[in-house]
Design a protein around this ligand. Structure first.
Ligand code: SAH
Ligand code: F3S
Length: 513
C-alpha cells in the first residue's frame, strides 16, 4: 500500500450514510485507495456528514479543526466533505473551513472518484451539489441525472474484501440495501427533503438482484433502507410494485437470506397488505421503526406530519393484531416550537401507550432552510428541552425494563455481530498496559460477544469469536433496560468465512423474537 493512497473515512448520521460510505469506499478502491484509521496522516480524508441536528454538524467542524492543525505537515492531503452537510451549507463550510477541497452532496456521490481525480490533478477545489448552491458551484464534472446515481447503488462491489474492510456500524454479515432515495414529506422541522431531494424509487429487479448477490456472498441479514420506506412504489413494464409486493418478492426470490428487515416506516399509509406480507414471510423480521415525533395533535399539525395520535396508535394496534410478537421502535422530538407542558404530557402518554422496544428521543434543533426555522420560533428553553428529554428517557427505560423482564428465561435467535464493547475494552487495556483481567466477577470479558435478535434487542453473552456471523440460540439470564444478558445455547454451525456461513445456515422458519 502506498502512503499517498491512504483514505480516512468517517461516517456520521443515519443508516443511509453508512451505506453511502460503503458505496463511496467501493468506488474509490478502483482509484487505489486503502483505508487507514489515522486521520492526520491520511492522503484523502472523507467526512460523510449529517445535518439532521446541529450537534452532528458541530462534530464535523471539530474534525476540520483537527485537520487544520496538522495541515502544514501534510500539504498534499485532500479533504472531502460529503453528504447532507455539504449539500445544506456548502458556502458556510468553505467560509469556515477553507481547507476543504471537495464538497459532494448525497445525490452526487457517484461523481466522487472524478472529483478526487480532479483535485489530485489540478489542486483546485471540486464541488458537486444538486441543490441551491448549484448556481455558484465551481463544478468540474458535468452534472448527472438519477440514472447515474442509480449506478452508485447498482455498481456496488460485492467483493468481500470491500465489504469486510469497511469500518461499519454493522457486523460484516449484515448489509444495507437502498430501495428509495429522498423524501417528499417536508415535515416542518426536517432538513432531509432539502439535502437528499425528492423520493426516487429503485427498480424492484435491481433490488432483488442486489439482495440476492449479498446473500450469495454470505450476508445473513439485509436491511432495506428508505426515509419513508412503506411509500415505496415503482411503475415498470411488469406493472406496479408497491411495498407489500416488493417485500414478498425479496423474501420469496432470495430464499437463502435468513433475515430481512427494513427502516424507516412513515405512520401514514401503512397498508394491511404490507403487514400481511410481513406476517406471512417467516424470514422478514417482525420489527418496525415508526417514528411518532409527538403525542399531541396540535404539535403533529405544526410538524406537518399528516396523521393524528389516534391514527398512529391505531396503526400500532393493527400491526400487533397481525403479529402479536412484533417489536416496535419510535422517535420522539421534545421542545419543538410551541410545545406546552400539556403537549409534552401527551407525548409521555403516547410513550406509555406505545410500549416501544426502544425510542430515540431528540431535543428539537432548528435547521436553517426548513419551514419551522422560517416560520415557527424555537421558543422552548434549552433547560426545558433537556428536562423533557430526560423525562421521556426515564419513562422509556421503565418500559424497556418491563419488556426485557418478559424475555427472561426465553431462548432467542441471535445474529452474532462481534465482540462486545467490554470485550474490546478489556482487550485494549490488556494490550496497552499488560493489565491482568479480573475474571472472577463477570467471567472473562474478552470472550464477550454481542448480537441482535430478530426484534432488534441487543444481547450480550460469552462465546468464541468464531461465532461472529452465525445465528445462535441464547437463553436470556439477566437484563438491564438497554441490554439482555444470556447464555449460549444450541449453536448453528459457526461461520468461519462470510461465504461459508450462508451455506451452513438453514432457512429459518418462524419469528423467535
Ligand atoms: N425518516 C427518516 C427520518 C430522518 S431524521 C429516517 O429514516 O429515520 C431521523 C429522526 O431525527 C427523525 O425521526 C426525528 O425524530 C429526528 N429529527 C429530524 N429533524 C430533527 C430536528 N430538526 N431536531 C431534532 N430532531 C430531529
Ligand atoms: Fe424528515 Fe419527515 Fe421525511 S422526518 S425524512 S421530512 S418523513
Amino acid at each position: 500500500m502506498s502512503d499517498t493512497q491512504s483514505l480516512y473515512l468517517e461516517t456520521l448520521g443515519c443508516q443511509m450514510n453508512a451505506l453511502d460510505s460503503e458505496l463511496a469506499f467501493g468506488s474509490l478502491t478502483g482509484e487505489g485507495y486503502r483505508l487507514t484509521d489515522d486521520m492526520t496522516t491520511a492522503s484523502l480524508v472523507i467526512l460523510n456528514t449529517c445535518s439532521v441536528r446541529q450537534h452532528a454538524e458541530n462534530k464535523v467542524y471539530s474534525r476540520l479543526g483537527q485537520l487544520k492543525h496538522t495541515r502544514r505537515q501534510h500539504p498534499d492531503r485532500i479533504v472531502a466533505v460529503i453528504g447532507c452537510m455539504a449539500e445544506r451549507d456548502g458556502d458556510g463550510l468553505l467560509d469556515k473551513a477553507p481547507l476543504v477541497d471537495i464538497l459532494c452532496g448525497p445525490s452526487e456521490l457517484h461523481r466522487l472518484p472524478a472529483l478526487v481525480r480532479s483535485v489530485r490533478d489540478s489542486r483546485s477545489r471540486a464541488i458537486a451539489l444538486s441543490g441551491r448552491l448549484r448556481e455558484r458551484s465551481t463544478d468540474t464534472v458535468p452534472t448527472a441525472g438519477h440514472d447515474d446515481l442509480e449506478a452508485l447503488d447498482s455498481g456496488r462491489s460485492f467483493a468481500m474484501e470491500t465489504h469486510v474492510s469497511m469500518p461499519r456500524s454493522l457486523g460484516r454479515h449484515q448489509a444495507y440495501v437502498r430501495i428509495t432515495r429522498g423524501c417528499n414529506k417536508y415535515c416542518t422541522f426536517c432538513v432531509v427533503p432539502y439535502t437528499r431531494g425528492p423520493e426516487v424509487h429503485r427498480p424492484p429487479d435491481r433490488i432483488v438482484e442486489e439482495v440476492g448477490r449479498l446473500a450469495g456472498n454470505g450476508v445473513i441479514e439485509v436491511t432495506l433502507l428508505g426515509q419513508t420506506i412503506n411509500h415505496y412504489c415503482h411503475e415498470g413494464p411488469d406493472g406496479r410494485t408497491d411495498f407489500a409486493r416488493l417485500l414478498r418478492r425479496v423474501h420469496d426470490e432470495v430464499p437463502e437470506l435468513p433475515r430481512l428487515r427494513f427502516v424507516t416506516s412513515f405512520p401514514r399509509d401503512f397498508t394491511d397488505e404490507a403487514l400481511v406480507a410481513m406476517a406471512e414471510s417467516p424470514r422478514i423480521c417482525r420489527y418496525l421503526h415508526i417514528p411518532a415525533q409527538s403525542g399531541s395533535n396540535t404539535q403533529l399539525r405544526r410538524m406537518n406530519r399528516g396523521y393524528t395520535v389516534e391514527q398512529y396508535t391505531a396503526l400500532l394496534d393493527r400491526a400487533r393484531s397481525f403479529m402479536p410478537d412484533i417489536s416496535i421502535a419510535g422517535d420522539m422530538i421534545v421542545g419543538f416550537s410551541g410545545e406546552t407542558e400539556d403537549d409534552f404530557r401527551q407525548s409521555c402518554e403516547l410513550l406509555r401507550r406505545a410500549r416501544y422496544k426502544n425510542c430515540f428521543i431528540f431535543k428539537y434543533s432548528p435547521r436553517p432552510g426548513t419551514a419551522a426555522d422560517d416560520r415557527l420560533p424555537d421558543d422552548v428553553p434549552d433547560e426545558v428541552k433537556r428536562r423533557r428529554n430526560n423525562d421521556l428517557l426515564a419513562i422509556q427505560a421503565e418500559i424497556n425494563q418491563a419488556n426485557h423482564r418478559a424475555l427472561l428465561g426465553r431462548t432467542l435467535e441471535v445474529l452474532v455481530e462481534g465482540p462486545s464493547k467490554s470485550a474490546i475494552k478489556a482487550q485494549e487495556s490488556e494490550q496497552s498496559r499488560g493489565e491482568e483481567i479480573d475474571t472472577s466477577r463477570n467471567g472473562d470479558l474478552r470472550n464477550q460477544l454481542v448480537g441482535r435478535t430478530r426484534g432488534d434487542q441487543i444481547v450480550v453473552f460469552e462465546g468464541s469469536r468464531e461465532l461472529v456471523g452465525a445465528l445462535v440460540q441464547v437463553e436470556v439470564t439477566a437484563l438491564t433496560p438497554y441490554t439482555l444478558h444470556g447464555r449460549l445455547g444450541e449453536t448453528v454451525k459457526p461461520a468461519t468465512t462470510p461465504a461459508e456461513s450462508s451455506l451452513a445456515l438453514p432457512v429459518l422458519g418462524g419469528s423467535l423474537q
